[in-house]
Ligand binder design. Sequence first.
Ligand code: ATP
Length: 373
Amino acid sequence: MIGGLHVNNLSHAFGDEMVVNGVSVFVAPGEVVCLLGPSGCGKTTLLRVAAGLERLQKGQVRIGETMVDDGATGLHVPPDQRGVGLMFQDYALFPHLSVRENIRFGVGADTQARRAWAETALGQMGLSRHGDSYPHTLSGGQQQRVALLRALATEPSVLLLDEPFSGLDVARRAAVRGQSLDMLRDTGVATLLVTHDPEEAMFMADRILVMNNGRVVQDGSPEQTYFQPDTEFVADLFGTVNRLTGTVVDGALATAIGTFDARDLEDGRVAQVLVRPEAFRLAVVGETPAPRPGDAPYRPTSAAAPTSDPGVAVTGARSLGRASLVSFVVPTDNGDTKLEARVPGVFLPEPGSRVTVNVNANQAHVFPVDDDV
Ligand code: ATP
């Protein structure tokens, strides 16, 4: 048998409301798996059941080779006997204990080796100077790192994190995430992390499990989840998308911005193409769009705009510093449809001017219109 966390066919209801519905999760030692989904989809409930904080109703939870919850037999191992480290959004450090004491708290044997580990870990997390400080004197990011070390101090084989970075401001979050990820990799713990922030999941995860209404609707690497969403719901989760609808003809969806592969859908089906703002390449009419280093591999749509293309009308452009947001309208059956492109650098065409539009088909996804998940 293999180590790590095994959640098998877990279902959980509060009253009549089924909030987790037949979910299985495996996290291998050293792996970081993110549960990503909108508020209320059941992420925290799943985590709390895995931790033993919520009594399991149906399914099984195994930590390594040890069964800790079994719905069939009623087996339930209490949270503190599972070998699981927990960290929740509010950190909950002990206010009357110093940083060092917080980290050592709960460590069964206060051995020389564990003390040495704590000192090394403090150093790795940039907290060496704060060993004797009390939590209230630390910044949010420092408190978060102490909480993570406290969760790791017992050498758990599984670590469960619920929105661990949500209390931090944007600038600090990136640094703390990076340090935390290094730490998790060093310890080889199996980590299950709950977040509603897709960027956080992309950064932290080896694998993302997207949840909706108590079910896992996609399980894959961050790249697969982002670039090959199985459903409209998953595509939507990663931020604003542009939508154009049409009818599938000969396995293709023709739109005002190109023709998209729709061979999985039957002819005559009403479908929509979802295009991420960064999938557009814009250029002043008559010019070629600049290549974009670091971009997703560019694959033109099958009807890439010819050079004689008159372009589309710009309705507005705003600089975001590193990128520009350009809105424009394209003619559709229902009149003009407004779309928004996010292009790197400063590209601020005047409202009313015309730009040519190319779409990276790798970042455009076709789904049937009534495919509500
Ligand atoms: P969030 O990101 O907002 O924390 P979530 O995906 O983690 O959301 P859960 O906290 O698991 O979702 O909640 C799932 C559903 O279960 C929600 O509808 C919530 O109101 C309900 N719920 C959670 N805990 C309880 C409880 N103790 N009693 C009754 N209903 C609950």
